[in-house]
Design a protein around this ligand. Sequence first.
Ligand SMILES: Cc1ncc(COP(=O)(O)O)c(C=O)c1O
Length: 415
Amino acid sequence: MELSSRVKGIAESVTLKLNSKAMELAESGKQVYNLTAGQLPFRPPQDFIEAIRSELDFLKSYQYSPVSGFVELRKKIIKHIEQTRGVSFTNLGEEFDCVVSNGAKHAISNILGALIDPGDEAIIISPYWISYPEMIKFCRGVPIEVKSSIFDVFTPHISDIRKAISEKTKVIIINSPNNPAGIHYSDEWMQEFAELLEENTHVNVISDEIYFEVCYYDPKPSYFYQKKPELLKRTIIVDGISKAFASTGLRIGYCVGPKNICKGIENLQGQLTSSANSLIQRAMMNYDFSSSSQFLIPVKNHLRDNANVIREKFKEAHLMKCWYQPASAFYFMIDFSQTLVFERYAKNRTDKTDYSVLICEDILIELGVVIVPGSDFGMTNSARLSLVLHKEAFLEAMDKLVNFLNGGSLKTYLN
Ligand SMILES: Cc1ncc(COP(=O)(O)O)c(C=O)c1O
C-alpha cells in the first residue's frame, strides 16, 4: 500500500533509534543513564489524583464532552490564564474562547490546521521543539527557521525574526520556557517582540507555554501580550497539564485565543478526533490549579540542583565555553563544537558536517549515557540532556560526559 506524500514527508526522530539501542544495553545488564526524559518521574499532585478518583462513579465521566471541552472547564482555564499571566480577555473588542484537546501537541496541530493554507509561512526558532516543522509541513505550510545559539543563550535576535517575516508569514511560534534550550526569553526581549508584532499586523503568534510553571530561577517568564494586550487578538496561548501536573499520559492540553479561531479548531477537532478525555476534564473542574505550584516546589529544587551540577562539572572540566545558565523547563543543550572531543569528528576547522547523531551514538556506546542529538531540534553538533534524573545518577552521568567532552573516554564501557 502506498503512503500519502504528506506522511512520507514526516521525518522520523533519531531519538527513537537511540532509545532502542539504550534498551538493548540495559537488557544486557549495562548501567544506562537515560537523560532523554521530557516528563517528571513523579506521580501527579495528590489532590488531583483524588479529584480523578472522585469522578470515577459518574456516567458523564465516560461519555463524550462537548467537542471543545466542558463549558465550566473552559471558563476555568480562561480565568486561570488571566490570573497567572496577569491579562484580561475582556474589553479588547473581541470575544475569546478555549478549546480543550488531547495534549498541547494536539492543540498546536489543531491551531496550525486552522491557520495554515498551502504556501503560508510559519516562523520557528531553532533549536525548536521537534514537532513544529513536521506539523507545519503536514499542513502544506513552509517552516521558516530563525537560528539562535549558545552565544546568545538561545535567544533569537529580533532583527533576525524581522528579516524572516514576509508577506506570506501567517504565524510565528514561540516557546518560552523553551524545549530544548531550558531557558525563557527576557522581559526586554518580549517588549521588543511586541513592538515587532505591532509593525507587522498580518502576523499571528502561537505562544507555546507548556513549561510556564516550570521555572526554577527568577525572573519568571513574561510575554509580549502583557506589554501590549491588543496583541492577544492575534495570539493563541497553549498550555496543558503534562508538565505542571506531571501528567503526560493523561493527555490534556488546551489553547485560548480569539473565538473565531477557536470555532475553526472546534470544527476540525470535532471531525478529526472529537472531544478530549471526559474523566480528566471533570477532575480538572474540581481541582484547584493553583495548588500545582506547591507540588512543583520540590521539582524545581531538584532541577536547580541538577543545573548546579552541570555548572560545577563544566567549571571543573574547563568547559565554560559551552556552559550557559539554564533556568526553566527540564533541559540543557550541549554544543559539541565548543569541546575538545569535536576534533575526533570534524575533519578540519571549516567542516560544517553535522556529527550530532554519531557523537550521541558514541556517548551511548562508550558511557551508557543517552542524550538526544541536536539534529532532532534543528541544531547541528549538539545534544539535549534532561535534568530530571535523580541526583546521584545525574552526577555520575555528568562525570562521564565531561570526561568524554574533554576527549577522555575510549571504548571502555562495552568491555
Ligand atoms: C515545547 C513543547 N510543546 C508541546 C509539548 C506537548 O505537550 P503534551 O504532552 O501536552 O502534548 C511538549 C512536550 O514535550 C513540548 O516540549
